[in-house]
Write a protein that binds this ligand. Structure first.
Ligand SMILES: [Co+2]
Length: 422
């Protein structure tokens, strides 16, 4: 989830906005999906697909020692980090070891994230419904984390699983769209779809996104957000000011142009969307990483866990909320028991299954909740639950997104969600 925009011209934080632009080109995406060959080829493809699906199982079976692969390690390039001596380095490593379990949980989520998105990238094609897209993602996530119907962890729904509703926001919708029940939206060849996927393990959320297109004309837009996010990752570090990261992102983003139907657009960052730190079971931990120079002197700190995400647009570079809400999250804190009995039981379902993790209406549907909208809206009205409506740039514009999750270890940073796709 990204942070929701605030009023005025402030840079907003939202719990789920970030994600990464697609690293997969249209050509790559279609490879292996097309069954244009002879019938023999078709058979082969079918076999392959079946095998691929068989590989979607509790990831613990694939890593019997329960130690998950590390992400990409990057040196801090900021001055203060270069001055660290060997003795200091030793102390840092000791300190880092205190968080070993936490890092391993995040790495498990990241390994699942890579596999979930690879599985989607192999299947995605024009004319799929958005409901099918999110089901591919979410069914795989449930299986890999073992919280599916027959999974080993099905009785502990909050121990691991989906980190937030799968974002499949199209074109001028930048974020926070996931289909509600009955949605008939179809992915088209000309669409620009931001796929924002969350996986959580013990509340540690991996938040990473990419952008899917089939038409090459959007390539520069996708390149802009990928490079901007990589810049944000590169500039991140202990004691780095958030405004400085925003300034670096803005400079890269605005260096790109995209030509669409004979018109040239300078790519703009969406100035009221942000990256964010991540706290246990809280997609937005309270710090926002801007996409522009905004003067925020707040610094990143050792041990923090950030989602670095950027959004580029051919529109005005400012999003507003609109349309039917799908995303919600319970606010932290203690709340009086709702008077309405339906609201009380709905809140119990939310507490039992999500806690403060973001959820969507489809997740309530599959838990057997019915006719809950009035109760849900009452929880929203009382401030117990927050709604996160879709975020839109102007009509006719195109927005793209790229996002990685990083860990600020004492000695180095880890781009934990890095894969061979992006
Ligand atoms: Co995010």
């Amino acid at each position: 989830m990204s942070e929701a925009p605030v009023s005025n011209d402030q840079v907003a934080k939202s719990p789920e906005d970030g994600a990464n632009p697609s690293s997969v080109t249209a050509d790559e995406k279609l490879t292996g999906n097309e069954t244009t060959g002879a019938s023999g080829d078709k058979k082969k493809n079918k076999k392959k697909k079946k095998k691929a699906n068989n590989n979607i199982k509790n990831i613990e079976l694939l890593f019997p020692d329960l130690k998950y692969p590390e992400g990409e390690w990057m040196e801090y390039h900021q001055d203060h980090n270069l001055q660290r001596t060997t003795d200091e380095e030793k102390r840092y490593l000791l300190r880092d070891a205190e968080n070993a379990e936490r890092w391993n949980d995040v790495r498990k989520g990241a390994e699942i994230h890579r596999r979930v998105r690879k599985n989607l990238q192999n299947k995605i094609k024009p004319d799929m419904s958005l409901t099918d897209v999110v089901n591919v993602v979410e069914n795989a996530t449930r299986k890999f984390t073992g919280v599916d119907e027959n999974g080993d962890h099905k009785d502990q729904p909050k121990s691991q699983g989906i980190g937030f509703p799968t974002g499949v926001s199209l074109n001028n919708c930048a974020a926070h769209f996931t289909p509600n029940a009955g949605d008939k939206t179809i992915l088209r060849y000309e669409d620009v779809m931001k796929v924002d996927i969350g996986v959580q393990v013990n509340g540690y959320i991996v938040d990473s996104a990419f952008t899917v297109t089939f038409d090459d004309k959007y390539n520069n837009l996708l390149e802009a957000v990928k490079e901007s996010t990589n810049t944000g990752v590169r500039e991140s570090g202990i004691d780095v000011r958030l405004t400085d990261i925003g300034e670096a992102i803005q400079e890269v983003m605005e260096s790109y142009e995209v030509e669409l139907n004979g018109e040239t657009f300078q790519v703009k960052p969406c100035r009221n969307l942000c990256g964010h730190n991540i706290a246990p079971y809280k997609i937005h931990g309270g710090k926002s990483v801007p996409l522009v120079k905004n003067g925020d002197q707040t610094k990143m700190e050792e041990g923090e866990h950030f989602a670095i995400e950027t959004f580029g647009t051919t529109g005005r570079g400012y999003v507003i909320t609109g349309g039917e809400v799908s995303h919600y999250a319970k606010n932290q804190g203690t709340w009086p028991t709702p008077a309405l009995s339906k609201a009380k039981s709905l809140l119990k379902t939310i507490d039992d299954n999500f806690g403060t993790l973001p959820f969507c209406r489809r997740y309530l549907d599959r838990l057997g909740e019915e006719k809950y909208l009035f109760a849900l809206n009452s929880l929203v009205k009382h401030g117990i639950v927050e709604e996160y409506p879709p975020l839109w740039d102007i009509q006719g514009s195109y927005t793209a997104q790229s996002e990685h999750t990083i860990l600020l270890h004492p000695h180095k940073k880890e781009v934990v969600s890095r894969g061979d796709d992006y």
